[in-house]
Design a protein. Structure first.
Length: 166
């Protein structure tokens, strides 16, 4: 049995294509090149004083260390990440405390993932932050507290971790 495919006859004449390269794009609306690069500015200089951060400068702001560490600690204490993931972000006894806490996975819940509900902090001295976070885990609200200290290399490190015990 032979199959026959019927084709419609085209009446429009096409110019022959060359076989050695694909056809080129002939769109004249394309920009001529990339815009010139401007040097990035620090986050503090991104928004002038007295103005709201609604422009593209507001996208340059870095997330606060309190937010970053709350998310990182939540990932470890809920069992989503291993404890050694926080090794370079901790100092002193905090890693030992975090290891002891992570064994019990106090923020793990069946069903939905826990999330950071609210964050607050207190500045006891220059280069130190004491942070508390409210964690929603299922239908419960739990507490997480930690201390951040800025080292000589200007990096924030967690030096203490606690969760609410039952």
């Amino acid at each position: 049995m032979n199959k026959v495919m019927s084709r419609t006859v085209r009446t429009v004449q096409h110019r022959p294509r060359t076989r050695h390269r694909p056809p080129t794009r002939r769109d004249t609306r394309r920009p001529g090149g990339a815009p010139p690069r401007t040097p990035s500015r620090p986050a503090a200089a991104a928004v002038p004083a007295g103005t709201a951060g609604t422009g593209p400068e507001s996208a340059l702001r870095q997330p606060r260390p309190t937010d970053l560490f709350a998310e990182r600690l939540l990932a470890v204490l809920s069992g989503q990440r291993p404890v050694h993931w926080m090794l370079r972000h901790t100092a002193g006894r905090a890693y030992d405390d975090l290891t002891r806490l992570a064994e019990r996975t106090p923020l793990r819940t069946p069903g939905s993932r826990p999330a950071v509900h609210d964050i607050g902090y207190y500045v006891p001295s220059d280069g130190a932050l004491e942070v508390f976070a409210r964690i929603t885990a299922g239908d419960r609200l739990r507490a997480l507290a930690f201390r951040l200290e800025r080292g000589k290399d200007l990096r924030w490190r967690c030096t203490a971790v606690e969760t609410a015990t039952r």
